[in-house]
Ligand binder design. Structure first.
Ligand code: ADP
Ligand code: MG
Length: 383
C-alpha cells in the first residue's frame, strides 16, 4: 500500500489530511533467551513496517481503526483508564494510556493502522504497532520525549496493559533500528552498538507455521530454571546477581550441584552471551562465515542445552545448511515452533526459498512461509 492509498483509506473513515508514521518489525540475529538474564541480544529492524495515519481531534477521544481487523476501537482519555480487553486495540490504546500515566499530555486523535508485519511470527508486529502509535500520538500532541523513554513506555503497555511478559528488545529496535546495521544491545545497561551488515546478504525468515501449546509454559519454566541457577551459583560466587555475571567455566565448575537440567540451561545462556560478543567482532571484521558459524552453534545450544527447539525448526535449519550461499541459520524467538533466521547471500535467495519450501513440505507435509528481509531504520514520520 502506498502512502497515497493509505491517505485515501484514512479519508474514507475520517476527515482531514493525516500525518503518517511507521515503525519496523525486527528479527533477532543471535542472543536467544539472554534478554531476561541481563545478557546480550542482536536484533535488526526489517523492511516490514506498521504504518499509522493520524489526525488530531479537539477532544480527548482516541479512535483507532485497523485495516487488518476492519474494525474500530475507541477510548476517551479524559475518563479513568479501563483494563485491557484482550483485543488487538490493547496494544495501541495501552500505549496512549501509559503515555498519559507518565504525565504526557496526549491529544485525542483519529488513527488508521496499516500493518505489513505478519502477526505472531517472531517479527514483533506488537512492538511495531506500539511504537508507531506512540510516536504518532506524541508528535501530533507536540510532546517531545527521548526514544528510550518511548521504548520503555511501549514495553510497559505490553507488560501491564496487554499482559505479556516481554523484555525491551522489540521496542528498543523499533525505535533505534538502523538500515544496513544490526544492533547489539546490552539488556543490563541498555547500551547499544550499531554493527554494519554487508548489503550483499539478506535476512531470510522461514516460518514453520507451527506454534506449540507448550511455548508459554516452557518459557516460564526456563526462566525459573535460570533463577534457580543464579540462586545456587550466588552461594559460591558472591558477585552473581544474574547469569550475566557467570561464565561457562563457572557453570562447569558447579555442574554437580546445579544438577543436569539447570546446568544445561545455564550453559546455554552463558555461552550464548559470548557468542553474541564474538558475532559482533565478526561483523566488525566483515567475517560472515564466522558469524554464520556462531548462528549454527546458537541453534545447537538452543536445541540440546536449552531444549526449546522443535522438530520443525531443526528440519528448517538442516535444510538450510547445505544450500550454497547460506552463511548461517538458527531458530529465532522463544522456540517450540515459530521461525528460523537465515543469513543468505543475495544471489542465493531465490534458490534458497524454493529449496526450503520444497524440502519443508516433503519432510513435514506443511507449507512454510518465507520472508526475505532487508534491514531498515527505526520509527519515523513518513508523511
Ligand atoms: P508478534 O509481536 O510476534 O507479531 P504478538 O502476539 O506479540 O506477536 O503480537 C501480535 C498482536 O499484535 C496481534 O495479534 C494484534 O493483536 C496486534 N497487532 C499487531 N499489528 C497489528 C495491526 N496492524 N493491527 C491490529 N493489531 C495488530
Ligand atoms: Mg510481540
Amino acid at each position: 500500500m502506498t502512502l497515497e492509498e493509505l491517505t485515501a483509506a484514512f479519508q474514507k473513515l475520517y476527515k482531514g489530511q493525516p500525518r503518517i508514521y511507521r515503525a519496523p518489525g525486527r528479527v533477532n540475529l543471535i542472543g536467544e533467551h539472554t534478554d531476561y538474564n541481563e545478557g546480550f541480544v542482536m536484533p535488526a529492524a526489517i523492511n516490514f513496517s506498521t504504518f499509522v495515519a493520524i489526525t488530531k481531534r479537539d477532544d480527548q477521544v482516541l479512535k483507532i481503526h485497523s485495516d487488518i481487523f476492519k474494525e474500530e476501537a475507541e477510548i476517551d482519555l479524559a475518563q479513568d483508564a479501563t483494563p485491557g480487553r484482550k483485543h488487538w486495540s490493547d496494544y495501541p490504546l495501552g500505549v496512549a494510556i501509559k503515555l498519559k500515566e507518565a504525565g504526557h499530555n496526549i491529544s485525542g486523535a483519529n488513527l488508521l493502522v496499516h500493518g505489513e508485519v505478519p502477526f505472531g511470527s517472531g517479527l514483533s508486529s506488537s512492538a511495531a504497532i506500539e511504537v508507531s502509535t506512540g510516536l504518532a500520538l506524541l508528535d501530533i500532541s507536540g510532546v517531545k520525549i527521548d526514544r528510550l523513554k518511548l521504548a520503555k513506555i511501549c514495553q510497559k503497555a505490553e507488560n501491564e496493559f496487554v499482559g505479556a511478559r516481554t523484555g525491551l528488545m522489540d521496542q528498543f529496535i523499533a525505535c533505534f533500528g538502523k538500515a544496513d546495521h544490526a544492533v547489539m544491545l546490552d539488556c543490563r545497561s541498555l547500551e547499544s552498538r550499531a554493527l554494519p551488515l554487508p548489503d550483499d546478504v539478506k535476512l531470510v525468515v522461514c516460518n514453520t507455521m507451527v506454534k506449540h501449546e507448550l511455548a508459554s509454559s516452557e518459557y516460564n519454566a526456563r526462566r525459573e530454571q535460570c533463577e534457580e541457577g543464579v540462586r545456587i551459583l550466588s552461594q559460591h560466587l558472591p558477585k552473581v546477581n544474574s547469569l550475566r555475571d557467570v561464565t561457562p567455566n563457572d557453570v562447569e565448575r558447579f555442574r554437580a550441584e546445579l544438577g543436569e537440567v539447570v546446568f544445561k540451561r545455564c550453559l546455554h545462556v552463558t555461552a550464548e552471551n559470548y557468542r553474541v560478543l564474538k558475532a559482533a567482532d565478526a561483523l566488525r571484521d566483515r567475517d560472515l562465515k564466522t558469524f554464520g558459524k556462531l548462528m549454527y552453534e546458537s541453534h545447537q545450544s538452543l536445541r540440546d542445552d536449552y531444549e526449546v527447539s522443535y522438530k520443525e525448526l531443526d528440519v528448517m535449519v538442516d535444510l538450510a545448511k547445505p544450500i550454497e550461499g547460506v552463511f548461517g541459520a538458527r531458530m529465532t524467538g522463544g522456540g517450540f515452533g515459530g521461525c528460523t533466521i537465515n543469513l543468505v547471500s543475495v544471489d542465493a535467495v531465490d534458490e534458497f526459498t524454493q529449496t526450503i519450501k520444497n524440502g519443508y513440505a516433503e519432510a513435514t507435509g506443511k507449507h512454510a512461509e518465507v520472508y526475505v528481509c532487508s534491514t531498515a531504520d527505526g520509527a519515523e514520520r513518513v508523511q
